[in-house]
Design a protein around this ligand. Structure first.
Ligand code: F6R
Length: 240
């Protein structure tokens, strides 16, 4: 694991954004795994700025998001589909057919998991962008998820729902389940870029980087991958 410590969130976003922009320039038809949540917002903003400056294009890119809430229609302002459009897709030249997120608008969630998983197997990811949950989750693979898990319908822990309550009006509105890539899908990406910011992430970042490899800390599975870059600001790096 290569760990890069930067001063603050602005520098983190520019450093991560630059890595993705470099990939887009060297391989315009790449497959990108994307994350939602608060942490990648600055990275997406950076990419939008590079696009507006004419420095990058996403016209040939295929994107695959890590996860999507169940119980919310795609049109809900807090669906991850909506998040991606609001913060990246509507601002760049990506082709809508090349955008992929798990579809949770269905009675048969297992069939949706299977079809998303088949899509991931058909298109190996060049780079997977990740955040990390304060409980060590990646995607929505919560503590206890077996490392060989592929795309599945998961129940969110109370901790994750509380952490994500800030995006909703009340805890009751935070979905209880989601479809997520499994740890096995994440580990199949050619390269992984994990970003973490703020003191609330210091403990889980330390466990991911130097703790034992254990299913209790899903992000510790990244120690098993040969090409992982972790970019952290000073607050998130405090316990390294
Ligand atoms: C989001 C995702 C999650 C988040 C994690 C951190 O698609 O899969 O693993 O990356 O919960 O979220 P933030 O960045 O909001 O702290």
């Amino acid at each position: 694991m290569k760990v890069i410590t930067v001063r603050d969130y602005t520098e983190l976003s520019a450093t991560a954004g630059q890595m993705i922009a470099d990939l887009l320039r060297s391989k315009p038809a790449c497959a990108l795994g994307l994350a939602t949540g608060g942490t990648p917002l600055g990275t997406y903003q950076y990419l939008v700025e590079r696009y507006r400056a004419g420095e990058i294009s996403l016209q040939q890119v295929q994107t695959f998001n890590l996860d999507e809430y169940c119980e919310l229609p795609r049109s809900h302002p807090q669906s991850y589909y909506q998040f991606m459009y609001d913060n990246l897709f509507r601002h760049v030249d990506i082709v809508p057919e090349n955008i992929h997120l798990p579809c949770t608008d269905s009675a048969d969630l297992q069939a949706q998991c299977d079809s998303y998983n088949a899509l991931l197997h058909a298109t190996p990811l060049d780079l997977q962008l990740l955040g990390i949950g304060s409980n060590g989750h990646i995607g929505f693979c919560e503590p206890g998820t077996p490392f060989d898990r592929e795309t599945f319908h998961t129940r969110l822990t109370d901790k994750t729902r509380q952490d994500n309550q800030r995006f909703f009006d009340s805890l009751d509105e935070v979905p209880t389940t989601a479809i997520t890539m499994g740890i096995s899908n994440i580990l199949q990406a050619r390269a992984i870029l994990l970003i973490a910011s703020g003191e609330a992430k210091a403990e889980c970042v330390a466990q991911m980087v130097k703790g034992p490899i254990t299913e209790q800390v899903p992000a510790s599975a990244l120690q098993l991958h040969a090409d992982v870059t972790v970019i952290v600001d000073e607050a998130a790096a405090a316990l390294l």
